[in-house]
Design a protein around this ligand. Structure first.
Ligand code: CA
Ligand code: CA
Length: 143
């Protein structure tokens, strides 16, 4: 694998997450690893719990998961946000991300997914004055 994201792109993605979270109480995380032996949706659920993303006050965490070498990816939301978004919303976001990835635009694809998730989160979970950053904005890296 070449470099999936440069340092600069990583920082830009972290900034995009921060910017999205400035306008919502929701929490967005990105997990990147090289391989995924199982179904990416199942793997994302596993990671969701591993990263304690189910532990938000309003159950409004969103995980964007990518296995770079296996070209597998998934986007999942906790029950709070899942109840609100239209059916198929995560899949549409995933398709958009995949399109960018196919063109080699990894950074753009991920940023777009973060923006999309952020838009929906701020619609249903607007920023609260007492909001805290419940989950780190840093990218989580697997193996
Ligand atoms: Ca928050
Ligand atoms: Ca956060």
């Amino acid at each position: 694998m070449g470099t999936f994201l440069s340092r600069k792109e990583e920082q830009a993605l972290i900034d995009a997450i921060g910017k999205a979270e400035d306008r919502t109480s929701g929490e967005i995380r990105v997990h990147i690893e090289t391989k995924c032996d199982s179904d990416p949706y199942q793997r994302a659920i596993e990671l969701f719990y591993e990263l304690k993303m189910n532990d938000t006050k309003d159950r409004n965490g969103v995980l964007i998961y990518v296995a770079t070498e296996d070209h597998k990816m998934s986007i999942i939301g906790d029950q709070g946000i899942n109840q609100m978004v239209p059916e198929g919303f995560w899949n549409e976001t995933l398709q958009l991300m995949r399109m960018h990835f196919s063109a080699g635009q990894f950074s753009a694809g991920l940023s777009l997914a973060v923006e999309h998730a952020g838009e929906k989160l701020r619609t249903y979970f607007p920023y609260q004055r007492d909001d805290t950053d419940e989950l780190s904005n840093d990218i989580s890296f697997g193996h």
